[in-house]
Design a protein around this ligand. Sequence first.
Ligand code: SIN
Length: 322
Amino acid sequence: MREGADCSGKRADSLEDSTHYTMARTMARRGNMKVIGSGETLGAAIEGVDLSRRLDEAGVDAIFKALGEYGVLRFPRQTLTARQLADFSARFGDLEINVASAYQEPGIPEVMTLSNIVESGKPIGFADAGQSWHTDMSYSKTIAFANVLYGIRIPFRDGRALGATEFSNMQAAYDDLPADLKERLAGMTVLHGFNKFWEMMRREKGSKRPPLTEVQRKARPPVSHPIFLTHPLTGRQVLYANPGYSMRINELPEPESDAMLAFLFEHQLQQKFRYTHRWQEGDLMIWEDIGTIHNAVADYGPNEHRLIKRCQVMANRFFPAN
Ligand code: SIN
């Protein structure tokens, strides 16, 4: 099949051309890699690459390109150590060391464990990370470029994988805003706070995480970013706000800001922008955080074990801290 053609030989639609923000199913070859588009608003699988080995520059470029095209990428059947996960992730930018300073890989604090497994009475990972809509590090002066997650144990019930990760496409969400609203909000900024998500998890989801300490809160004071960003990989506009961390539109009076954020949060989660990844063990997922928001689905019980290792890639190569 030729590059840019779908399975029936038709050309792929661009996102803008498509009423429902879906793309045609595509298959393209980039060197050894086979990039298979999901046919949905986001998502592609990349076959033919062993991520435990160092990629050449052409391989890294091909992944950047696919991230721009598909936002969310799956590399199935990988076998990685924590060191190999960190080395692969670091090809895309500087890695973050999480402010919560918990569940970090010994000697590799850039790698965090997300898991509901308890060993000898002690949790081995963050049991409820990301279990509400957000984008990582919007609370940070240096925002996130990408998340890299490696699925080691995935819960299954009745033959069906649980603990999916859901995504929503923020380039499509921007495109779909009414023109007068785009004009009105252009140039405005949003205040994002780490503590908003943390406290919401404790208050509304019964999370056992302790309140952030004074030192942790001081390390992450709320920060502002433009409400619309230009996506560094696509040049398109992005709605850069998310229910998890966005607290306030700085240029609007508080009641108006609350109403506008409520509207934007509802707008950005419409089904037509959504894509769900159902995990398989051995999946390495990388998604870009600027044009997507995501949610970890908590539909599994304490004895249905999920174990993921995660790195976060910062976007300082594209957006220096403001
Ligand atoms: C995250 O928000 O990084 C966690 C996503 C997941 O565990 O599915």
